[in-house]
Design a protein around this ligand. Structure first.
Ligand code: ZN
Length: 135
């Protein structure tokens, strides 16, 4: 068992704990996986623990900012029948861009976001995009 770096007590226990996140006066409470101290309540997060909740926080912020959320970006991409790589090459940002948008690691430029909104309402316009994209 590991010792807690905050209080020197412990042991740390792997579990998910409710955590609150505030943004623009709104509070989101979500389950955060991590190693939690049973004595002081301090949590220690691995990279994978943060990655598990990044999309949840990004969705929350996007909603309050009136932007497309990672979940919506994924939904629109799938509606268009595109892989992440194809979407990045055809719509913008490059082959890795949509992976970053859909995991909440990056926010798409306004132009890309607006184009996605248009394609969401008029998915037939997908046929206007070039089918083959130069590598
Ligand atoms: Zn502790």
């Amino acid at each position: 068992m590991e010792q807690c770096l905050a209080c020197g007590g412990g042991p740390l226990k792997r579990s998910a704990k409710p955590v609150s996140f505030s943004y623009k006066g709104q509070v989101l409470t979500y389950q955060q996986p991590g190693e939690w101290c049973g004595v002081c309540g301090e949590g220690f997060l691995r990279k994978s623990d943060k990655e598990a909740t990044d999309p949840v926080l990004a969705d929350f912020q996007a909603r309050l900012d009136n932007r497309l959320s990672p979940t919506e970006i994924r939904r629109i991409r799938k509606k268009l029948g595109l892989t992440q790589k194809q979407a990045g090459e055809m719509i913008g940002g490059g082959s890795l861009a949509f992976r970053r948008y859909e995991t909440g690691k990056a926010v798409p430029p306004t132009g890309t976001e607006n184009f996605l909104r248009v394609l969401d309402r008029h998915p037939d316009l997908r046929a206007e995009l070039p089918k083959e994209v130069a590598a």
